[in-house]
Design a protein around this ligand. Structure first.
Ligand code: 13P
Ligand code: SF4
Length: 303
């Protein structure tokens, strides 16, 4: 990518001079994922790596809740996000005040909060989860009923894998809610050998027609391990572009849905972020302690 080369070169040089580490989510564009990131992964992997990384400065290439999670786990480090407006429809669907009302309505019911939420919401929660550990986390409670917020579809998909009663919220991912079972079945009809793998933020009817469902890292590993001849990734479209170079023998079919928030992060913004040390993530100390506990409980749970 000659057009990106000067940025890649400059970012890698300044990153070294500053002693910074770049953490990038699997939905970042290939030039970020392959050329400047030190660590790539799904939400759980990035949260875990944030606690292990040596660097004093972390540049989070992902959306705002991911940068907040890194800051929660590294209160003494500088955490930068190249565009603080990189949000998430799930995170925006619920506030800490909403969770307080839910707890009044369902006293004593454990609250499991998807990591795609603000620190304000995490602070009201018993434990966080990601799509890769959600079922294990729900199962870790003795209670017969568990509140799984804010992703309605993730909660319904979890409910299919546990005997517990799952209460939820009406949050949706604006990228994954666009996929329909009809659309996927049409691909399957045209080529019955095609494998369909989907993210659990999709509607349960969509997951029902998938051959596999898992977190973004789970989906990547599935493709690498099983090497389907043709595969349709029911998720954000940079994923297929990022994995393609590692699995030349696999043909990706892309009904391409982009996450506009993830795409706010670009090489020029990463460079600016490192040069000017912006935008620094800060979390209100009044909520940081409780929010950190919810994330740490998730990280420490063996699953
Ligand atoms: P993963 O935890 O699977 O990476 O998902 C994060 C996300 O935002 C998917 O839309
Ligand atoms: Fe949020 Fe959906 Fe974008 Fe993931 S893909 S960051 S859940 S809006």
């Amino acid at each position: 990518w000659p057009v990106y080369a000067p940025y890649i070169h400059a970012i890698n040089r300044i990153k070294k001079e500053r002693g910074a580490a770049i953490l990038a989510h699997n939905y970042q564009t290939p030039e970020i994922y392959h050329c400047v990131a030190d660590i790539v992964g799904d939400s759980l992997q990035l949260a875990r790596e944030a606690t292990l990384v040596d660097a004093q400065i972390i540049v989070q290439c992902g959306v705002h809740f991911m940068a907040e999670t890194s800051k929660l786990l590294n209160p003494d480090k500088t955490v930068l996000i190249p565009d603080a407006k990189a949000g998430c429809s799930l995170s925006d669907s619920i506030t800490g005040a909403d969770v307080r009302l839910l707890k009044e309505r369902y006293p004593g019911v454990p609250v499991v909060t998807y990591v795609n939420t603000s620190a304000d919401v995490k602070a009201e929660t018993d434990i966080c989860c990601t799509s890769s550990n959600a079922v294990a986390i729900v199962e870790s409670f003795d209670s017969d009923t568990v509140l799984c917020i804010p992703d309605e579809y993730l909660a319904l998909n979890i409910a299919k894998q546990t005997k517990k009663k799952i209460l939820t919220w009406k949050g949706h991912c604006e990228v994954h809610e666009r996929f329909t079972a009809e659309e996927l079945l049409a691909y399957k009809q045209a080529d019955p050998t095609i494998e369909i793998i989907g993210h659990p933020e999709c509607h349960p009817d969509v997951i029902a027609v998938c051959d596999y469902s898992g977190s973004t890292a789970g989906m990547i590993n599935y493709v690498k391990d099983t090497r389907p001849a043709r595969v349709l990734l029911v998720t954000e479209c940079s994923m297929a572009s990022n994995v393609q170079s590692e699995v030349d023998d696999v043909e990706f079919i892309k009904p391409c849905n982009l996450c506009p928030h993830m795409k706010r992060i670009t090489l020029p913004k990463i460079l600016d972020s490192l040069l000017m040390m912006t935008e620094e993530v800060r979390i209100d100390p009044a909520i940081a302690g409780r929010a950190r506990l919810a994330v740490e409980r998730m990280i420490n749970l063996k699953n």
